[in-house]
Write a protein of this length. Structure first.
Length: 402
C-alpha cells in the first residue's frame, strides 16, 4: 500500500538516527518516494550524504540552501507529502511540535503539512516518562498525530526502560496498515451524531450535559479517512472538523438533532449515535429571562424528548447498520445489553463513569463493544485510537453482514 506514496522523513538529534537508514530502505523497497528533512542536531548523528545516497534526493535541512537567493519551501513540502514520519523524534522536537515553535525547517514543514503525521519518540526512559513529555505527546494526539509508541530495552545511557524507538520494520508496518485501511469505507455514507444537546429553559438558561463531542468528532475523522462520506450532526461544541469528506450539521436541541437524523439516516449505509442527547426538556420555555423572586423555589415540568435511537432503530433497513453508545454509572453490562435490544443496534459501545479517564470531557476513553455474540473489552486509550477500534468493528460488521 506504500507504492507511489510520498513520505517526508524527519530526522532529529538522537542516537537512533542511524535507524532512519533502515526506514528509508524499507519504504523505498515498498515503492515509496522519500524526502528527508533533518534538523541541525540530526546531522551530528548521521550525515546528509548517506541519506541522500539512499533516497536519491538532496537532504533538506536549512531554509536557505545556498547564498544565491534560492530557498526551500516548507509549504510546498507540506503539500507534496502523503505522510510525514518523524523518526526518531526527540523530546525537544516533540515539545516544539506541540507548541508550534517553528525554529527549524522540520517544524515549519510539520506545521504546513496537510498529510497525516506519524511520530516515533526516541529518548532516555526518564525523559520519556517526564510529565512534560507525556503532556506534549497528549497534545500531539489531540491534534490528530499518530504516536508510534517506543519500545522497552537498553538505551543510550545503558539503562533499561521505555524510550527506545520502535524498530524500523514495525514503523513501516504502521504506515502500510494506515494506507491499507484508507479506502475501506470508500463509497459508503455514514451519519454520526456528536456532542450534547441544550434544552432551553429561557433565553439565557438551558438543561444540558458535559459532553465535549470529542469522541463523535474522532469517529467522523476516522470514517472520512477511510473513504466514507460523513454527515456529522453535532450539538453545541467548540470543536472543528478537518477532513473534506465531512459535512457538518450544527443543531442545538434534541428536537433539532432528531429532525436532522430523520433527514440524513435513510440515505446512509451506517449510523453511529454518539451524541449525549437530553432525555427530557422543559415543558414550556419562557420567552423572557426568569427572575429570581426572593427565596421562592423554581419548579420545572419536564417532558420526554424524541427517542432518536429507537426511531432510527425502527427505521433501519436490512442493508443499514446502526451503532449506539451507552454511558453508564451502574449495572453497565445489563443496561447496555438492554439498550442494544430495545434500540435495534447492531452493536453498542459501553463506557462507564466508574473508569478513570473515560466519559465526558476527557481526551481518553475506555470502552467495551457489545453485540449479540458477546463483549470485547479495550484498555484506556486516546479517543483518536478508540475511534479506530470502533470503526474497525464497523468495517468488519459491514463486510460480514452485507
Amino acid at each position: 500500500m506504500l507504492k507511489g506514496k510520498k513520505i517526508i522523513l524527519g530526522i532529529t538529534g538522537s542516537i537512533a538516527a542511524y535507524k532512519a537508514c533502515y526506514i528509508i530502505r524499507g519504504l523505498i523497497k515498498q515503492g515509496a518516494e522519500v524526502q528527508v528533512v533533518i534538523t541541525p542536531a540530526g546531522k551530528e548523528f548521521i550525515t546528509p550524504i548517506t541519506l541522500s545516497a539512499l533516497t536519491s534526493k538532496p537532504v533538506i535541512s536549512e531554509f536557505f540552501a545556498q547564498r544565491d537567493g534560492t530557498w526551500n519551501s516548507h509549504v510546498d513540502l507540506g503539500l507534496w507529502a502523503d505522510a510525514v514520519l518523524i523518526a526518531p523524534a526527540t523530546a525537544s522536537t516533540i515539545g516544539k511540535m506541540a507548541n508550534g515553535i517553528a525554529d527549524n525547517m522540520l517544524i515549519t514543514t510539520y506545521l504546513s503539512a496537510k498529510a497525516p503525521v506519524f511520530v516515533a519518540p526516541a529518548m532516555d526512559l526518564d525523559m520519556f516518562a517526564h510529565p512534560a513529555t507525556q503532556k506534549n505527546l497528549d497534545i500531539l494526539r489531540s491534534y490528530g498525530n499518530h504516536i508510534i509508541e517506543p519500545g522497552t530495552g537498553e538505551l543510550a545511557s545503558h539503562l533499561v526502560g521505555k524510550g527506545r524507538m520502535e524498530e524500523p520494520e514495525n514503523i513501516i508496518r504502521v504506515l502500510d496498515e494506515f494506507f491499507a485501511s484508507s479506502d475501506e469505507l470508500s463509497g459508503k455514507k455514514v451519519m454520526i451524531t456528536a456532542g450534547p444537546t441544550y434544552e432551553k429553559i429561557d433565553p439565557v438558561r438551558f438543561i444540558g450535559n458535559y459532553s465535549s463531542g470529542k469522541m463523535g468528532f474522532a469517529l467522523a475523522e476516522e470514517c472520512a479517512r477511510r473513504g466514507a462520506q460523513v454527515t456529522l450532526i453535532t450539538g453545541p461544541v467548540q470543536l472543528k472538523t478537518k477532513h473534506s469528506r465531512i459535512r457538518r450539521v450544527d443543531v442545538e436541541s434534541a428536537e433539532e438533532m432528531y429532525a436532522a437524523a430523520q433527514i440524513y439516516f435513510p440515505d446512509a449505509d451506517a449510523g453511529i449515535l454518539c451524541a449525549a442527547v437530553a432525555d427530557y426538556r422543559p415543558e414550556t420555555v419562557a420567552d423572557k429571562k426568569i427572575k429570581r423572586e426572593k427565596e421562592e423555589e423554581l419548579t420545572l415540568h419536564l417532558q420526554a424528548t424524541q427517542d432518536i435511537a429507537a426511531n432510527l432503530g425502527a427505521l433501519k433497513g436490512k442493508n443499514q447498520l446502526l451503532v449506539g453508545f451507552a454511558l453508564e454509572t451502574n449495572n453497565e453490562q445489563q443496561n447496555a445489553e438492554g439498550k442494544l435490544e430495545r434500540k435495534n443496534f447492531d452493536f453498542i459501545v459501553l463506557n462507564s463513569l466508574n473508569d478513570a479517564g473515560a466519559g465526558f470531557r476527557h481526551d481518553t476513553n475506555k470502552i467495551s463493544i457489545i453485540d449479540r455474540k458477546g463483549r470485547t473489552d479495550y484498555p484506556l486509550k486516546p479517543k483518536i485510537e478508540v475511534a479506530q477500534d470502533i470503526i474497525n468493528r464497523l468495517v468488519a460488521t459491514l463486510s460480514s453482514n452485507f
